[in-house]
Design a protein around this ligand. Structure first.
Ligand SMILES: Cc1ncc(COP(=O)(O)O)c(C=O)c1O
Length: 363
């Protein structure tokens, strides 16, 4: 029986073969025209005014905190249900993560809990579009504005998602995207950071380029300390090609998710909910298993039928390191960590086979 993976990247070498050869022949492998073109098309697509390309969402998030001057002793509020990169970047700076529990339906940061955890030490808020779902982002933005806090969106999974007809990347002060192979658009590894603030965009570009600018004589002037978080030309080329197809990819994934929902809802599974004012890119198809169904047992059963699935994601406060250091367990995210499952979703996935195996397990 053919293996069903959880995702298949939407990449076709033929789409980029000619341009890739031209890149190789030119010898311009970084800081070239493809990087510039990808930045432009990403800005067009997301509606963000400024885009920088990075090596990953992790380096993008880390830059975002540094741009806002977060340092040792500061507190940064972070949604508790996410991939650990969302919190690692806070810890890395020496700041203190404040874990904010999430809504049990949307899986996103609970606004009331955020409000009750803001203190005079809070320096920034990291909202995570859980599996690409932007539900509640604008409400969190309003709270941040009231408290004069920068809102950093961990939009690692959210390319193509929107809230109130505005795409992720154009809403928060800074949004950070991932182009890891599990994402809808992949450049192997890679990321992007978007903002509508010109001064912030300028500082980001300098920081990710070793702290350098080109002076009037086109000589490098190191006006800040910085890093090399730049994307290569080969990656940018991949990104441009996939961005052209992204809307079709998303349409396809929505259709697949609906098929899963129709079959699994009657069995007691419930899917991640998206608010009516949002459009979800369906980065992942994630369900809560019915009461009494052992999630890990289901994952193993699917494996035994050559079908890949995985848990939803992690309760950050429950990761061993953070659990021991802070002892701040969050209830809902822990329930979600233990009871959610991500099902295979890609162009020609055999949904019927997955559903049949799930039915066999339940019965
Ligand atoms: C929510 C979230 N944030 C951050 C990351 C890290 O992204 P990257 O691998 O591009 O650093 C991921 C990766 O899966 C993620 O899901």
């Amino acid at each position: 029986m053919e293996r069903i993976p959880i995702i298949r990247p939407y990449i076709q070498y033929d789409d980029i073969a000619q341009d890739m050869e031209a890149i190789f022949n030119s010898g311009i492998l970084t800081k070239g025209k493809h990087g510039l073109a990808f930045r432009e098309s990403f800005a067009d697509y997301t509606g963000a005014q400024f885009v920088s390309l990075t090596t990953s969402a992790t380096t993008a998030l880390s830059l975002a905190l540094k741009i806002y001057g977060v340092e040792k002793g500061d507190e940064v509020a972070v949604a508790d249900f996410s991939f650990p990169a969302s919190v690692n970047v806070i810890e890395d700076i020496g700041a203190k993560p404040i874990f904010i529990d999430v809504d049990p339906h949307t899986f996103n940061m609970d606004p009331q809990r955020l409000i009750s955890h803001i203190t005079r030490h809070t320096k920034a808020v990291i909202f995570v579009d859980s599996f690409g779902n932007a539900s509640g982002l604008s409400e969190i933005k309003r709270i941040c504005e009231q408290h004069k806090l920068p809102l950093i969106e961990d939009a690692a999974c959210a390319i193509g998602s929107s809230e109130n007809n505005k795409r992720c990347g154009s809403i928060a002060d800074i949004a950070c995207f991932s182009f890891h192979p599990r994402k809808l658009l992949t450049t192997g590894e890679g990321g992007a950071i978007t903002t509508n603030h010109r001064d912030i965009a300028n500082r980001i570009e300098i920081k990710l380029n070793h702290g350098a600018i080109l002076d009037a004589e086109r000589k490098l002037d190191f006006v800040d300390f910085g890093y090399n978080y730049r994307m290569t030309e080969m990656q940018a080329l991949m990104g441009i090609s996939q961005l052209r197809k992204l809307d079709a990819i998303i349409e396809d994934r929505r259709r697949i998710k609906e098929k899963y929902v129709r079959a699994l809802k009657p069995l007691g599974f419930y899917a991640q909910a998206c608010a009516p004012n949002t459009e979800h890119n369906v980065q992942s198809v994630v369900f809560c298993v019915p009461e009494g169904v052992e999630r890990n047992g289901l994952i193993q059963y699917l494996v035994s039928h050559n079908i890949e699935s995985t848990l939803g994601t992690y309760s950050l406060s429950n990761c061993s390191f953070y659990k021991h250091k802070y002892q701040k367990p969050q209830k809902t995210s822990l329930i979600l960590e233990e009871n959610t499952i991500t099902l295979p979703c890609y162009e020609d996935v055999n949904v019927d086979r997955v559903i049949n195996v799930i039915k066999l397990f339940i019965n």
